[in-house]
Design a binder for this molecule. Structure first.
Ligand SMILES: Cc1cc2nc3c(=O)[nH]c(=O)nc-3n(C[C@H](O)[C@H](O)[C@H](O)COP(=O)(O)OP(=O)(O)OC[C@H]3O[C@@H](n4cnc5c(N)ncnc54)[C@H](O)[C@@H]3O)c2cc1C
Length: 596
């Protein structure tokens, strides 16, 4: 049986010492009153819910999966999921960072983010139900009409209703321009939707009274491709005059998928059989509106992977302390026992530290991006809001792809620490590995994130966003570059920053001649970018740890050890990645298709 302890100490470190959120929030009028104690209290309570209520359901959900009734189209979530959801709603958790105008508590995204890390560590499959609802809330909040907002937002904020995002169809996932679902305008201003969606997470279940589907579809006169896609809100039950669930809308679950992981979350085929919906935003601008939800979801997927990295790490450490096998290469460490704990072996430590560094780096990274979102949403100065928005745009694909790739590595290393027992279901480690795999695929595969980063976010604006972010890093290097104690962190940071900017320029030049160069370089390029962010954050964390080391708190000693491990053992993969990114398109395109 695995265990989970919310990593509150490290969360406090990231929020209060690294990011100094209290003084950041003081600049945002809506959060100006928020103090450290309140922040910590929310996280503590959130951690209790995650560890106490959700975590015990994680293996149950994996074993049982969801059940589909072909006669009624009903889906039943695994044992305990519904009750946990009721507790979640009763405690007011869905409303944490939502707009007070619609019943929300108006707390920062940064705080919600920390809460979601713990939910995901405890139970990713369960967390997807409220996670998607929050995305639907954000989309309607940004693009819904006042009537739609008044009708749907209070229900989503309260958690009474949940949400979905219905994009994918059997013939199109990445290329949404191919989608076929039709929406025909009706005389009363509504639309009649017909078509079939697949892979819709939380598409049907028994947790809530209604499900608010956000559906991409095409109007009859829509242009081909992505410029002809509109977005619709299609509730499972049509709201009656009082805004309560009324007549059943013909949007039905046709089947649920049997899949590798996240068994507790229903992945549904959703058939729209003349379902009634209402357009959100402008006709043919649906993808634009949906991007609000997709961006939120991309960060959300990063949080899923951070959650899994943390819980896999915690369990691997506990096992490595407990399991005795062989003797330390430098002589017995525990002569009273027949063998030493496996934590004495250098390579076991490498595996543990890899997972730990990915968890700590990921926590710092996602908290930083969440803070930038709070700035983007609430800073009184428009220039600051715009700058923060640019940074969020640049960093979002990196959070999604880098953290999800890292989680796959971390969960695999954590499983390896268990030896053969890691492969056995009851220990829980193989579930983490299986659950983590989907995060690299949905919300735009990691290849698509890489193309977004290199093609759209870097090359399309001639590197302006990246340069701006580079200036932030350079300011840190300039400030601490002469401190002798910081040299071991600043030198590799300055080196990777320099290489990143040269690599960007080189690929940009090649891309002028051949666009395949972007596709060929994008995946290793994103990973280098991820390491640039991690190097910057680990250097900053190391600075704080060095400043506090003398006080004797072992937390800082551990932080320094992790940072040193990161620079010594993980960052060096950038040498290989840069060579791969520079190797060009020719090596990939030379093979004739017929020769594969
Ligand atoms: C468990 C699960 C839950 C999901 N939940 C949802 C949901 O809630 N809502 C929803 O709408 N969808 C959902 N999806 C769908 C998911 O977002 C898609 O599977 C994903 O976007 C990839 O689309 P695809 O499967 O059609 O693969 P394809 O688009 O066919 O891609 C196949 C491969 O080709 C690559 N590829 C495609 N195009 C390019 C390109 N231009 N350049 C380079 N490489 C390319 C891809 O990276 C991938 O490796 C879910 C999927 C799963 C499995």
């Amino acid at each position: 049986m695995p265990g989970y302890t919310p990593p509150l100490r490290d969360m406090h470190f990231v929020l209060h010492e690294l990011l100094q959120v209290e003084s950041e929030f003081a600049q945002l009028p809506v959060h100006a009153e928020l103090d450290r104690d309140t922040i910590n209290q929310v996280l503590e309570e959130g951690g209790k819910f995650a560890a106490g209520v959700l975590f015990p359901l994680n293996q149950v959900g994996d074993r049982e999966g969801c059940r589909f009734d072909v006669e009624t189209h009903a889906v039943t979530a695994p044992t305990g999921f519904k009750d946990a959801y009721r507790q979640y709603v009763d405690a007011g958790w869905p409303s944490l960072s939502c707009d007070p105008e619609f019943g929300g508590q108006g707390l920062p995204v940064t705080l919600n983010n920390g809460f979601y890390e713990m939910l995901n560590s405890a139970n990713q499959a369960w967390t997807m139900y409220p996670g998607l609802s929050h995305g639907a809330y954000e989309c309607l909040h940004a693009h819904g009409t006042p009537e739609q907002q008044a009708l749907y937002l209070p229900k989503l904020v309260a958690g009474e209703w949940t949400g979905t995002m219905c994009l994918t169809e059997s013939h199109c996932g990445t290329d949404l321009g191919l989608l076929k679902t039709k929406a025909v305008p009706q005389s009363d201003g509504s639309y009649r939707l017909t078509g079939s969606k697949i892979f819709i997470s939380a598409g049907e279940h028994d947790l809530a009274a209604n499900i608010v589907h956000l559906v991409l579809a095409r109007l009859p006169d829509a242009p081909e491709g992505t410029k002809g896609i509109s977005l619709f809100v299609v509730p499972k039950f049509l709201p009656d005059a009082n805004g309560n669930p009324g007549e059943r809308n013909p949007i039905f679950c046709g089947a649920i998928e049997h899949k590798m992981g996240i068994h507790g979350n229903a992945t549904c085929q959703i058939n729209l059989d003349g379902a009634t919906g209402w357009i959100i935003g402008e006709p043919n601008r649906g993808l634009n509106a949906m991007f609000v939800m997709m961006n939120a979801a991309r960060l959300g997927v990063g949080m899923q992977s951070l959650g899994l990295t943390e819980v896999a790490y915690q369990n691997a450490v506990a096992y490595a302390r407990d399991r005795i096998q062989g003797r330390s290469l430098t002589g017995p460490k525990d002569p009273g026992k027949p063998a030493d704990s496996i934590i004495v072996h250098p390579d076991v430590r490498r595996m543990l530290l890899t997972a730990r560094a990915y968890a700590e780096g990921g926590r710092a990274f996602t908290s930083y991006v969440a803070l930038m979102i709070d700035r983007e949403l609430n800073h009184p100065d428009e220039a600051q809001r715009r700058e923060a928005a640019d940074e969020v745009a640049l960093l979002t694909p990196i959070v999604k792809a880098f953290l999800t790739d890292n989680a796959w590595i971390a969960c695999s290393e954590a499983l390896q620490v268990y030896g053969g027992h890691g492969y056995i279901a009851e220990w829980g480690m193989e579930q983490y590995l299986r659950d983590s795999r989907i995060n690299m695929i949905y919300e735009g595969t990691n290849t698509i994130q890489s193309l977004d980063l290199l093609g759209r976010k870097v090359l399309m604006d001639n590197g302006a966003k990246l340069r701006k972010f580079g200036e932030t890093i350079k300011a840190f290097i300039d400030e601490h570059g002469t401190a002798e104690k910081m040299a071991e962190f600043i030198t590799p940071l300055a080196d990777i920053a320099d290489k990143m900017s040269k690599l960007s320029m080189e690929i940009g030049m090649k891309a002028f001649m051949n666009r395949d160069e972007v596709g060929a370089a994008a995946v290793p390029y994103l990973r280098v970018a991820g390491h640039l962010v991690f190097s910057w954050l680990f250097a900053r964390m190391a600075k704080i740890a060095l400043d506090n080391e003398a006080g004797g708190d072992t937390f800082y000693k551990a932080k320094l050890a992790t940072a040193r491990f990161y620079f010594a053992r993980l960052l060096p993969e950038t040498a290989m990645l840069i060579r791969q990114a520079r190797s060009g398109a020719a090596r990939l395109m030379a093979m004739d298709e017929a020769l594969f």
